[in-house]
Design a protein around this ligand. Structure first.
Ligand code: SF4
Length: 515
């Protein structure tokens, strides 16, 4: 039990004898300790590390174990929070929304505003129109947003609720109360796609609904939009905006959630920062739009290219060549020289890459995450001479992504040793790690169990990261982001080297402080 004079955290609390006794008793019923044939359990555990099990594991279709993706509405919530005074509103079950808020809050260590109309059993039978009518009015009355961004959970999608009809019906029912509120809506069925599909659906819907078709095109020759995509690194958003400002004040980020998840101490702000709704409403007039995540904006791209007839390009400013391409695109679109400040940043990254090259070169990595994150990170690993042995993308798009990845791998002289695993989860990765081990893993918090299992060190880069603090504040994009990546990866390699060389008179003949 806790002692009021010496309150301890859970880690120490459960080591106390009274808890240990309970845990021991529990094991008799629930764990392999109490199994009728303990030896068999051990034998099977070992077998799960074999090539034979790997073949079965990789051909598994019916179940997902330890997914490396989240569901659609989570991405839609991120889009909503990227606009000024906007409340994300999820039509569906309350529990789902509690999950989205918690997920983001644990990653960003900040509160996440988001409401739900809490559909329950009766709504599942009769439809959720009544919930939507009351929910939108309540949301408006309580939180006074300028915009409510509506998405859906599985429940609303399974019963086939029609958001167009529901939002129109709710507006009528509100008798003018909602007339000054923008309410873009997107269906985000979670049983297909992932959080990046939800991001895409919500971004597309928001831009389309705020920018209805116009008979006359109003072109703003200087205006450029940048859509960041599902970006969990707030520092990356900051860095992209800083780079853009060096070229023009008229480059506007569409869906900028940086401030919302990075408010200071003091009075709590429900809404912070975000793209101005006026800027979102004039996005259609821009000369061009740059998406920083090709596969988080597939449908959005179609709207911008085909309906808006606007120039649309994708850049992935992670690593040296990715950032170069982005910077040169800005230079081309704004017709301006690359500023010296950026050239200096680039030179510093190249210098740092040379400093760290010998440590990253030849190291084998397993890496997982979202499609665009992986394209950028693998490109960076190859620039550093590393070998991305296993590239796992659970939410890999069906078209294009694998070919894009192969084009990047073609630049490596060890490309035969690199394997792309689209659609595989982290339980599949476990088999890959036991049968074809690597030196390091790069991925999100869910690699922690893989580390405990395989003893392969985990470098935490990706989304979500719950068990380390403040990494999301840094950038992984741009030249400065490249230095951050180098710092994290190289220092993890050096930490590991220290561990391996600490045994007196056995392995301590090499230690790196001499260099
Ligand atoms: S998958 Fe469906 S039920 Fe699960 S959290 Fe997402 S929306 Fe809710």
């Amino acid at each position: 039990m806790q002692d009021v004079d010496n309150i301890v955290n859970g880690q120490k609390l459960f080591l106390k004898p009274e808890y240990q006794e309970v845990l021991e008793n529990k094991k008799q019923f629930e764990s392999s300790v109490g199994a009728t044939n303990f030896q068999k359990v051990e034998e099977i555990a070992e077998w799960t590390k074999s090539w034979e099990y790997r073949e079965k594991n990789l051909s598994r279709e019916a179940i997902t174990i330890n997914p490396a993706k989240a569901c659609q509405p989570l991405g839609a919530v991120m889009v909503g929070l990227g606009f000024e005074n906007t409340m994300p509103y999820v039509h569906g079950s309350h529990g789902c929304v509690a999950y989205f808020r918690t997920y983001f809050t644990r990653h960003f260590k900040e509160p996440t505003p988001c409401v739900s109309d809490s559909m329950s059993e009766s709504a599942a039978v009769f439809g959720g129109l009544a919930n939507m009518k009351d929910g939108l009015r309540n949301c408006n009355a309580l939180y006074k947003p300028d915009m409510i961004a509506v998405s859906t959970t599985c429940m609303a999608e399974v019963i086939g609720d029609d958001l167009n009809a529901f939002v129109t019906g709710a507006r009528e029912y509100a008798q003018g109360e909602l007339d000054n509120v923008e309410i873009p809506y997107a269906h985000t069925p979670s049983f297909v796609g992932s959080h990046i599909t939800g991001y895409d659906n919500m971004m597309k819907a928001t831009l389309e609904q705020l920018n209805p078709s116009r008979t006359e095109k109003v072109l703003d020759e200087e205006r450029i939009n940048i859509i960041p995509g599902f970006e969990p690194y707030l520092g990356s958003l900051r860095e992209i905006k800083n780079i853009s400002k060096m070229f023009s004040d008229k480059i506007i980020m569409i869906g900028d959630h940086e401030e919302q998840w990075d408010t200071g101490a003091g009075e709590y702000k429900l809404y912070a920062g975000g793209t101005k709704i006026e800027d979102a409403k004039t996005a259609i007039n821009a000369k061009a739009t740059i998406s920083l995540q090709k596969y988080s904006t597939v449908l959005t791209a179609k709207t911008i290219k085909n309906k808006w007839k606007q120039d649309y390009v994708t850049c992935n400013p992670i690593g040296l060549s990715g950032t170069d391409a982005f910077v040169m695109k800005l230079s081309e679109l704004t017709n301006k020289e690359v500023p010296n400040e950026l050239k200096n940043q680039r030179a510093k990254l190249v210098d740092a890459m040379q400093d760290s090259y010998s440590y990253m070169h030849g190291k084998k990595f397993a890496i997982w995450g979202d499609p665009d994150f992986l394209l950028g990170m693998v490109s960076f690993l190859i620039e550093m001479g590393s070998i991305p042995t296993h590239i796992v993308c659970h939410n890999a798009p069906r078209k294009g992504w694998e070919d894009d990845m192969k084009t990047i791998l073609d630049k490596s002289n060890r490309k035969e040793e690199c394997n792309i695993w689209p659609g595989k989860d982290l339980w599949a990765l476990r088999s890959l790690l036991f049968t074809e081990p690597v030196d390091f893993m790069i991925g999100n918090v869910y690699g922690k169990e893989l580390y405990r299992d395989t003893k392969i060190p985990l470098i935490r880069i990706g989304f979500p990261i719950f068990d380390r603090h403040h990494l999301h504040r840094y950038s992984i994009s741009g030249y400065e982001g490249g230095i951050n990546l180098l710092t994290w990866i190289t220092n993890s390699i050096l930490d590991h080297l220290d561990e391996e060389t600490k045994n007196i008179a056995q392995t301590d003949y090499f230690f790196d402080a001499v260099r």
